[in-house]
Design a protein around this ligand. Structure first.
Ligand code: PGA
Length: 252
């Protein structure tokens, strides 16, 4: 549970939903969150849905951003989207280095770092994702892998930003890290952030957990000292289950 840090709950829709579904989701979410002010809420829809989401969320406190951003400011990069283009349609966040991008598009740790810098240059807040695979955990390499991802992600000095710890073995598998397992990694990341950025900034960074988060397991995870919120995939596709997760990520 965050002390001085405000909870942050993010929805990663991945390659799901059509405009009509996104519209219905936003309307339901707005009505469910009308009384909620204990957390920051961000949606990461596909690029095609951004105008719909922008329209539906206008005048609300719910933010939204791109699921990816190119490292270059502009240029010959067919199929990619720049940070300035995201900002131009009203996005305020960019997801950087999700494990599916690293896997499907060969994004290296260094590329992820450059994406975070590009996002900041356009005034977006990067949500930087790190996480180990099942194989890396079996080999006892978890902390080494995370350290390399973190150091490279911060090499260009993006600030401010948020971090998401998403163990690859927990994404979309139904196998969540236990609250203790997640807290162990979050504490490691927090300590490292403090070393890299100084204690004051290190304490400010919100570290989200991601990987099979559901209404049923959110409260137990959120009760951990260094878990400041969630990056939710599957359970974020339904406005009620996403709202329930937000509800479980509050005081008490
Ligand atoms: P999941 O996905 O909640 O479906 O496991 C999380 C993510 O990939 O961000």
């Amino acid at each position: 549970m965050p002390t001085s840090r405000r909870a942050l709950i993010a929805a990663n829709w991945k390659m799901h939903l059509l405009r009509q579904e996104a519209k219905g989701f936003c309307q339901r979410l707005r009505s469910r969150l009308a009384e909620t002010d204990h957390a920051d809420v961000v949606l990461f829809p596909s690029f095609t849905l951004l105008p719909t989401v922008a329209e539906q969320l206008a005048g609300s406190a719910i933010a939204w951003g791109g699921q990816d951003v190119h490292e270059a400011a502009k240029g010959a990069h067919t199929g990619d989207v720049s940070a300035a283009q995201l900002a131009d349609v009203g996005a305020t966040w960019a997801l950087c280095g999700h494990s599916e991008r690293r896997q499907d598009h060969g994004e290296s740790n260094d590329v992820v770092g450059r994406k975070a810098v590009a996002a900041r240059a356009a005034g977006l807040l990067p949500l930087i994702c790190v996480g180990e695979t099942a194989e890396q955990r079996r080999q006892g390499a978890t902390f080494e892998v995370l350290e390399a991802q973190l150091v490279a992600a911060l090499a260009g000095g993006p600030w401010p930003f948020a971090l998401a710890y998403e163990p690859v073995w927990a994404i979309g598998t139904g196998e969540t890290a236990s609250p203790e397992q997640a807290q162990e990694v979050h504490a490691f990341l927090r300590e490292h952030l403090s070393r890299l950025l100084g204690a004051e900034r290190g304490e400010k960074v919100r570290i989200l957990y991601g990987g099979s988060v559901k209404p049923a397991n959110a409260a137990g995870l959120f009760a951990q000292k260094d878990i400041d919120g969630f990056l939710v995939g599957g359970a974020s596709l339904d406005a009620d289950s996403f709202s329930d997760i937000i509800g479980s990520s509050g005081p008490g």
